[in-house]
Design a binder for this molecule. Structure first.
Ligand code: GLN
Length: 232
């Protein structure tokens, strides 16, 4: 093995509040599926890393600027991102985007959003999905910095709906007691999650990540991590 490579501490840029993939628990620890997968993959492959919990768009910007080596934030693998220069690992989870409305809302379909405002999180697949539908369904899109402020916009009535990854909103509604409900039938096509690099010289890291993902999927560690956070 190349000792220079194995001594390197890789900088991993992550979201801040994206439960159950990354969030701070009651004890103040930064935890989640992404955090545990990273730990397991790094142990399996013997590489060192440092987590920078920056928020979604700051994490994206840090990798683009070369200030971080890899993005790990429930990042959806899309053709558009690949065309923009992102290089993804193998996938580790499947997700789609979905609309959610306040618990007592009468909105039941995209047609009901005519003339309304929809909250999205800056630079996300959910924002892209809302943009792709706004002309057809006649709604306006407002951009928020992170998931909690996007949810609050709906709860406080500044927007009628928000759009995000289905497993994230489902978890926040269930475990966070968020006063939102998912709108059935508004799902996007699914897109899997991957780690992502921009700089080709980090391919060595991506290779280790892919090898580690294959190992933890084969030895049961991956299933244990998912069961810990998704359960039931
Ligand atoms: N999966 C979504 C995306 O890739 C959201 C990621 C996030 O907000 N951390 O755009």
């Amino acid at each position: 093995a190349d000792t220079t490579a194995s001594d390197k501490t890789w900088i991993v840029a992550m979201d801040t509040v994206f439960r159950p993939f990354e969030y701070t628990d009651e004890s103040g620890n930064f935890v989640g599926i992404d955090v545990d997968i990273l730990k397991a993959v790094a142990e399996d492959q013997g590489f060192k890393y440092e987590i920078q919990s920056l928020g979604w768009d700051a994490a994206v910007a840090a990798v683009q600027a070369g200030q971080a080596d890899v993005l790990l934030a429930g990042a959806s693998i899309t053709d558009e991102r690949k065309e923009a220069g992102w290089i993804f690992s193998d996938s580790y989870y499947d997700s789609c985007q979905i609309f959610a409305v306040k618990g007592d809302s009468t909105v039941a379909s995209l047609e009901d959003l005519k003339g309304q405002t929809v909250a999205v999180k800056n630079g996300t697949a959910g924002a892209k999905y809302a943009d792709s539908l706004k002309d057809q369904y006649g709604f306006t899109v407002d951009v928020y910095e992170d998931s909690p402020t996007m949810y609050q916009a709906v709860i406080l009535g500044q927007a009628v709906a928000c759009v995000e990854d289905e497993p994230i909103m489902a978890d926040n509604i269930k475990t966070g007691g968020l006063d939102l409900k998912l709108v059935d039938g508004t799902q996007s096509e699914g897109a899997p999650y991957g780690f992502a690099i921009m700089n080709e010289s980090n391919q060595e890291l991506l290779d280790m990540i892919n090898a580690g993902l294959a190992d933890i999927k084969a030895n049961g560690t991956y299933d244990e991590i998912i069961a810990t956070y998704v359960g039931e």
